[in-house]
Ligand binder design. Structure first.
Ligand SMILES: *Cc1c(COP(=O)(O)O)cnc(C)c1O
Length: 409
């Protein structure tokens, strides 16, 4: 007989890292609802409602606003592989790990990628990006909005005008920032945006909402190639090169989400329920209210940490609302602190990668966990651990500073 395992019963955790975070209980309930058939009118109705909700989340009227099944990088890959033909020029400004990821995915798509880099902890000016566009003449600008690896938020508001001026398609990965920081698809002139649920949207990873402009859709539709097995006499293919991925072929995915309802993959029903509930909760709270909540609790956390004789990382004027980087103090073992927090308090905070590995912790206050109690408990627990590890700080300083911050507002 095979070994019998226990029922899934994860230990209680407070997830205060860079994501995933604890899911909103309403999202967990939505995920446990019964399945529907792929073309059941109730299912297609939920799909249409999900599109309508994400138009509000993205602040756009784009018809093509839908879900990709997979984690956030499914959205990135679909948007890039569907538009990039081998040899196309792509410009990727890199200010952290996720800019490196855009670069890597564009290379895999066969692009001639040009990158500009800034040190981790800083962002680009619009002038720097415009200069690079003039030099490279790319087909696509691909840039991250909030890079959790550095906690920095790249301003995007002036880039749309620049992209139009030079006829560049403007794509951004806003996975970590949407819902907790301002984001304006239409007003900022974006052609394609992809996100995920596991940051400020308060859900699990596994669904990637995207929105696409008409300009982007017109370009990729020239590459429409319908699968032989579902094609009928009326279908016509585009003249462009076949997209090098079936799963991420956006023209086929649009035919599935659109009126034609042409079969492609089987929509991940439970993840659709989740994604719909994440957006519904956000819209019910109000986008501005949600952003203000992330700012309030993010600032309270930063104030508390600074009062604990800790130094905050990076350009604080360009920090994301929902995450803060903290220098690991000299003489303190960063990983031992994280281990003690998890073991003794059930609290998870993040480490970092690349040039910041072992140098900073990353502490998130996002989605369901952008709450006063979560902030205060995390500060209290971190203080207790730091004091035992010999870091000099006055007892109660972090919680008191955060409390004073809350009371002063
Ligand atoms: C967290 C994060 C992701 C996550 O990608 P997954 O495929 O969901 O793991 C992507 N992009 C950015 C900018 C992020 O911060």
């Amino acid at each position: 007989m095979s070994e019998l395992f226990d029922q899934i019963n994860p230990p209680p955790r407070l997830l205060m890292g860079p994501g995933p975070i604890n899911a909103d209980p309403r999202v967990l309930r939505a995920m446990s609802a019964q399945l529907l058939g792929q073309y059941d009118p109730a299912m297609t109705h939920y799909m249409n409602e999900t599109m309508a909700l994400y138009r509000q989340v993205f602040k756009t009227e784009n018809q093509w606003t839908l879900l990709l099944d997979g984690t956030s990088r499914a959205g990135i890959e679909a948007i890039l592989v569907s538009v990039i033909e081998p040899g196309d020029k792509v410009l990727v400004p890199i200010f952290g790990r996720f800019g490196q990821l855009l670069n890597e995915i564009a290379i895999r798509c066969g692009a001639e990628v040009h990158t500009i880099e800034t040190e981790w902890g800083a962002v680009f000016t619009p002038e720097q990006i415009e200069q690079a566009i003039i030099k490279v003449k790319p087909k696509v600008l691909a840039i991250v909005q909030g890079d959790t690896s550095t906690t920095m938020l790249q301003p995007l508001d002036e880039l749309g005008v620049i992209c139009r001026k030079y006829d560049v398609l403007f794509y951004s990965d806003a996975t970590a920032s949407i819902g907790g920081n301002p984001f304006e698809t239409a007003a900022w002139g974006l052609d394609a945006v992809s996100v995920g649920l596991q940051k400020c949207l308060g859900g699990p990873s596994g669904s990637a909402p995207i929105t696409l402009s008409e300009r982007y859709v017109t370009r990729v539709r020239t590459r429409r190639h319908i699968e032989a097995g579902i094609r009928d006499g009326q279908h016509t293919d585009g003249s462009g090169l076949m997209i090098r991925s079936n799963y991420f072929d956006l023209p086929m995915i649009l035919d599935y989400w659109g009126e034609a309802r042409l079969n492609h993959h089987t929509e991940a029903t439970s993840m659709l329920y989740c994604a719909r509930e994440c957006a519904r909760i956000l819209i019910q709270e109000g986008l501005d209210a949600s952003i203000a909540r992330h700012q309030l609790h993010g600032d309270a956390m930063a104030n508390g940490l600074a009062a604990m004789n800790l130094r905050l990382f990076g350009d604080q004027d360009h920090k994301m609302n929902n995450i803060v980087g903290v220098h690991i103090p000299d003489g303190v073992a960063g990983e031992a602190v994280r281990t003690a927090l998890l073991r003794d308090f059930g609290i998870e905070i993040g480490t970092s990668f690349g040039p910041l590995k072992g140098r900073i912790w990353r502490i998130g206050t996002m989605g369901y966990n952008a709450r006063k109690d979560a902030v205060l408990i995390t500060l209290a627990a971190l203080e207790s651990v730091l004091r035992r590890m010999g870091h000099p700080l006055s007892a109660g300083a972090g919680v008191d500073a955060a409390m004073a911050f809350y009371n002063g507002r």
